[in-house]
Design a protein. Structure first.
Length: 131
């Protein structure tokens, strides 16, 4: 897959993510002055809510502006090219590191459980002294 195709796919995902985030933000901004008047959830464009359409429009405008901006496009293209140079771990290394993370998490969880038990006993002793 060429670098430009990878970049185009990533750009599409970025635009969709930005549209979803902006739709929530636009809904919040519209809800403050409009309240529960029903205009916030009004559907247009075949079932698309007003705030979703506004968020998608803003996301598309930002994505098109950045896509046409030579410096942003060049930076993203360089990023895709750099990720091709990364040496990714093989399956065995990934499994080994996963085991290390799981064992470390279990050890820390047991330590926290132990501290919790010690403090629980200490506080029950301290609180029962007053009675």
């Amino acid at each position: 897959m060429s670098d430009r195709r990878v970049l185009g796919f990533c750009w599409l995902l970025f635009t969709l993510f930005l549209a979803a985030v902006l739709a929530d933000g636009v809904e919040f901004v519209l809800r403050v002055p409009l309240g529960e008047t029903g205009l916030v959830k009004k559907t247009i464009l075949g079932g698309l809510a007003l705030h979703q359409a506004i968020g998608a429009g803003i996301a598309l405008a930002v994505a098109l502006f950045a896509w046409n901006h030579k410096e942003a496009f060049g930076f993203c293209l360089e990023t895709v090219q750099e990720t091709r140079k990364v040496v990714w771990p093989n399956k065995q290394e990934t499994q080994d590191h996963t085991v290390v993370v799981i064992v470390t998490s279990v050890i820390i969880a047991l330590m926290l459980w132990g501290f919790d038990q010690v403090f629980k006993r200490l506080f029950s002793i301290i609180l029962n002294l007053g009675t």
